[in-house]
Design a protein around this ligand. Structure first.
Ligand code: FAD
Length: 491
């Protein structure tokens, strides 16, 4: 009888990596894979080709084919466009991860910091068609078989982060979790030489604190904007959102319940009237997606929250109104449960809350009356002759309007735009020209919709002209952005 070859442990490690379902498991299985194949993840230039060469496993071939196709795009200049650049990306949300992929493909050394230690957000993100196409091109389906099958156009934040984290690691990005960015450390002179820009971190003695970089990308989410950037407030009428996640047992009965991809009051008055009459719940809109969880997001009217006891007292200030002390948690759970129950025609049999990262029922109430956007997407800091390009992406650039699901769609557009900016920086363009072009592109972001962006998704690249029809890359002149180049005199 022919003797079977002993199983290759690196193949098993690769399988574990592909299937890993927590951030820690991804990182651990990745380290095991690197050890078994004797490839050094710190050696970012050679890491991916070496890994590919040493892992001779049929299951990995389709993945390499996808990543190779992407890496072969002329924009990346065969991974040489930013070969001399060192980039610090803060935040491993979807946008920080997506930007890191592009920077790695451009050939830059990329270090990514994430203050949390887990990926735990069940909430589900709506994806525009181009984002689905983009993620397929990054082999999303190899990591998550259920990715956008059939007509599905959404994914949980957690799953999206896991997919992107795996790609980021394969491309040689150095990832540190449980590390918080606290601010910049300016270049120092020790008499002989001048050190580069560094980051102040928590924990203070973390080795990434010695990384010197010339590009900082902030992707820290809505609440985190680095020093120096100003924000504009867009104030609408009071808008109170509620998100709720219920366990998906993946039964046949659950599978049959139809999703609600966005029922707004103006389109279905009767539905909202019946909901109000039967339950006292009064909503502006509701969305239901079936994903890892049964996920509901709704905009609730203040009066009904007061009448049902969810809000204990009325306050004109939204922050006080929705402060934990003013929210009756039990009543909130009932409200979310009843809204979910009614809107699915009472066909979801056991509506049991899924847990959040603290082990509590995953229900949240939030205010989106005010939304913020940064006034600028970029700046250059210069100190002791060392230049640092700083860019914002994701929610810290433009906060999304959740009911329209613009978070990841506009977030990825900004990730590509930021990568295009870094490419020009790497190719040695004058800083003010880099800034002027980035700000010209940024002017379009808040108006983008699936309709007014290019439908030729195959042609999408980091080059803004492939995505925004009729874009004028020179609409903002270098003379208009000189204030974004902050040169501090050495003391
Ligand atoms: P985020 O996803 O917020 O990621 C930012 C990351 O940066 C986080 O992981 C954070 O821990 C990390 N970070 C922040 N500061 C630092 C620092 N100083 N150092 C290191 N790391 C740092 N959108 C929807 O469309 N529907 C929803 O239901 C929905 N629910 C949401 C629920 C929550 C709790 C949050 C925070 C956001 C939600 N969003 C939702 C918005 C959506 O998640 C974002 O649009 C999308 O994730 C892209 O955001 P991002 O990558 O820019 O930021």
């Amino acid at each position: 009888m022919p003797q079977e070859d002993a199983p290759d442990p690196s193949h098993a490690a690769f399988d574990c990596f592909v299937q890993a379902q927590t951030c820690k498991d991804v990182l651990q299985s990745f380290s095991a894979l690197c050890r078994l194949l004797d490839v050094d993840p710190q050696d970012h230039r050679c890491f991916y080709p070496k890994l590919k060469e040493r892992l001779n496993y049929w299951k990995a071939k389709a993945l390499w084919a996808k990543l190779d196709k992407r890496a072969a795009h002329p924009d990346y200049g065969q991974g040489q466009a930013c070969v001399g650049n060192k980039c610090l990306v803060l935040g491993a949300g979807p946008c920080g991860l997506r930007t890191s992929i592009e920077l790695a493909l451009l050939g830059a050394k990329v270090v990514l910091l994430e203050k949390r230690e887990t990926f735990s957000r069940n909430n589900v993100l709506h994806l525009w068609p181009y984002t689905i196409h983009d993620l397929r091109g990054l082999a999303a389906k190899k990591f998550y078989g259920r990715f956008c099958s059939g007509s599905l156009d959404h994914i949980s934040i957690r799953q999206l982060q896991l997919i992107l984290l795996k790609v980021v690691l394969l491309l040689g990005v150095e990832v540190h979790i449980g590390v918080e960015y606290k601010g910049l450390v300016e270049p120092q002179s020790n008499g002989k030489e001048i050190t580069g820009w560094r980051a102040q971190l928590s924990p203070v003695d973390h080795p990434a604190g010695s990384f010197q970089f010339d590009v900082l990308i902030s992707a820290g989410g809505g609440r985190f904007v680095p020093a120096g950037f100003r924000r504009k407030e867009l104030r609408g009428k009071l808008a109170i959102g509620i998100t709720a996640n219920f366990i998906n047992h993946h039964t046949a009965t659950e599978a049959q319940v139809a999703e609600i991809s966005g029922v707004a009051r103006i389109y279905n008055q009767k539905f909202f009237q019946d909901l109000h009459t039967e339950t006292g719940i009064d909503l502006e809109n509701i969305v239901y997606y079936k994903d890892d969880t049964h996920y509901f997001v709704m905009t609730a009217k203040k009066k009904s929250l007061l009448n049902t006891g969810v809000l204990k007292q009325d306050h004109s200030n939204a922050e006080t109104l929705l402060s934990p002390a003013n929210v009756d948690q039990e009543a909130l759970l009932r409200y979310a449960h009843d809204a979910a129950h009614f809107s699915t025609g009472r066909r979801l049999p056991h509506l049991e809350f899924a847990c959040d990262h603290t082990g509590r029922p995953d229900v949240a109430v939030f205010d989106f009356t005010c939304m913020y956007r940064a006034e600028n997407a970029s700046m250059v800091r210069e100190r002791r002759g060392k230049k640092l390009l700083v860019g914002l992406v994701g929610d810290c650039l433009v906060e999304p309007f959740w009911p329209l699901g613009t978070g990841v769609a506009r977030g990825f557009l900004a990730a590509f735009d930021a990568a295009w900016m870094v490419r020009r920086w790497g190719l040695g363009a004058n800083p003010v020209d880099v800034l002027a072009e980035r700000e010209s592109v940024y002017q379009l972001l808040s108006q983008t919709t699936p309709e007014n962006t290019s439908k030729n998704y195959n042609a999408y690249s980091i080059n803004p002209t492939t995505r925004y029809p009729n874009i004028n890359l020179g609409s903002i002149k270098a003379s208009q952005v000189t204030a974004l180049w902050l040169i501090a005199m050495a003391m």
